[in-house]
Design a protein around this ligand. Structure first.
Ligand code: CUA
Length: 316
C-alpha cells in the first residue's frame, strides 16, 4: 500500500497493509478532528469577542444536539475497537500449519533454530508465502523481536515463552531490531530476516552444516537426564507417561486443569512442584541450572513428537 512512501517501511507480510490501513485511519481521523477544533476555536473567538453593543445571553441545552455529538464519537470509537480487536486477535492466533522456529534472545544477539534443527545467529531465513511462528524466550533480560516490514513486535521475556506469527509475502531482506532497551549494546542487537522462494530456502537449508534434529537431540537428553526412568510406563513409573499428551488438557492434583503446551512443559522441567498431574506424587527434582534454554527447547520438541506416538500400545 505504501511501497513508494518513504515514511513507511516495506509492507512484506500478510497483514502489513491492514495494520497500515488502521493506522492511517486513526491518523486521518485525529487530523480531521484537530483541524475542526482549531477552526472552531478561531471562528468562535472572533465571532463572540467582547463587544460594547452585545451582552452575554443564557442558552438552554438542546437534546438533539447532545445526542448528535455523543452518538457520532460513540459509533466511531466502537467501530475502531471492533476493527482493531479483529486484527489483534488474528495476529495472536497462529494458523495450525505454521512452520515453528525457536528464538532465544541474549545480550546482545538473536539465536534462531529452524524446525529442522539448523541454527543461525542474528539472521532468519524463511520461505515466502508460508505462515511462520516464532516461539521466543530470553536467557537474561527483556528483549523485543521487531520486524517493521512485517508489522510484528513482541517482547521476549526471561522465564516465559511468548510467540508471534506472520506470513512473508515478498522476497527480500528486512531489518530485525531489538525494541526493548536491554543494556549497553542494545542498539547493536540487530539482524536480518531473509525471505526466499521456497525452493531457494530448501537449497539454503541443504547447504547448512548438518545439525542435530531437535527431536532426536531431545530424545538423547531425555535419556541422559534419566527422565525416561520415571516417565516410562513400567514398574519404575513415578510420573505421567508423556505419549499422546502434548496439546491435551492435564488434570492437576489441586483440582484445576492446564493445557499441555510449551509453557507447561518448560515449567514442569524447571519447577516440577508447580503443577502436579493428578494421581502422581511430587517426587520429581528440578532441572533448573542443569539445562540450557536450547536444551529445554529440544526436550519440548521431543515431548511434542510423542503426541503422535502412541508408545507402542502403552496405556496412558
Ligand atoms: Cu535486546 Cu534491546
Amino acid at each position: 500500500m505504501f511501497e513508494d512512501f518513504s515514511l513507511f517501511p516495506d509492507a512484506a507480510s500478510s497483514y502489513a497493509s491492514r495494520v497500515d490501513s488502521l493506522y492511517l485511519f486513526l491518523c486521518t481521523m485525529t487530523a480531521v478532528a484537530s483541524f475542526g477544533i482549531l477552526c472552531a476555536v478561531v471562528f468562535l473567538s472572533v465571532r463572540y469577542r467582547r463587544r460594547a453593543d452585545r451582552a452575554a445571553e443564557q442558552l438552554e441545552g438542546s437534546l438533539p444536539l447532545e445526542i448528535f455529538w455523543s452518538a457520532i464519537p460513540a459509533v466511531l470509537f466502537v467501530g475502531i475497537f471492533a476493527w482493531a480487536a479483529k486484527l489483534y486477535l488474528e495476529m495472536y492466533r497462529e494458523p495450525a500449519d505454521c512452520m515453528e522456529f525457536y528464538v532465544t534472545g541474549k545480550q546482545w544477539m538473536w539465536k534462531i533454530q529452524h524446525p529442522t534443527g539448523q541454527r543461525e545467529i542474528n539472521t532468519l531465513h524463511i520461505p515466502v508465502g508460508r505462515p511462520v511462528k516464532l516461539t521466543m524466550i530470553s536467557e537474561d533480560v527483556i528483549h523485543d523481536f521487531y520486524v517493521p516490514a512485517f508489522r510484528i513486535k513482541r517482547d521476549v521475556v526471561p522465564g516465559l515463552y511468548t510467540s508471534e506469527w506472520f506470513e512473508a509475502t515478498k522476497v527480500g531482506t528486512y531489518h530485525l531490531f531489538c525494541a526493548e532497551y536491554c543494556g549497553t549494546k542494545h542498539s547493536e542487537m540487530i539482524g536480518s530476516v531473509i525471505v526466499m522462494e521456497p525452493a531457494e530456502y530448501e537449497a539454503w537449508l541443504g547447504g547448512q552444516p548438518a545439525s542435530q534434529d531437535p527431536v532426536e537431540a531431545g530424545r538423547v537428553l531425555f535419556e541422559n537426564l534419566r527422565c525416561v526412568t520415571c516417565h516410562d510406563a513400567g514398574k519404575n513409573q513415578r510420573g505421567p507417561d508423556l505419549h499422546g499428551r502434548f496439546g491435551e488438557t492435564v488434570g492437576l492434583a489441586n483440582g484445576t486443569t492446564v493445557l499441555f503446551d510449551e509453557a507447561y512443559t518448560r515449567t514442569s522441567i524447571l519447577e516440577p512442584k508447580h503443577d502436579i498431574a493428578v494421581g502422581f506424587e511430587p517426587v520429581m527434582p528440578t532441572y533448573e541450572g542443569q539445562v540450557t534454554e536450547t536444551q529445554i527447547q529440544q526436550l519440548i520438541a521431543y515431548v511434542k513428537s510423542l503426541a503422535t506416538d502412541t508408545g507402542e500400545g502403552q496405556q496412558k
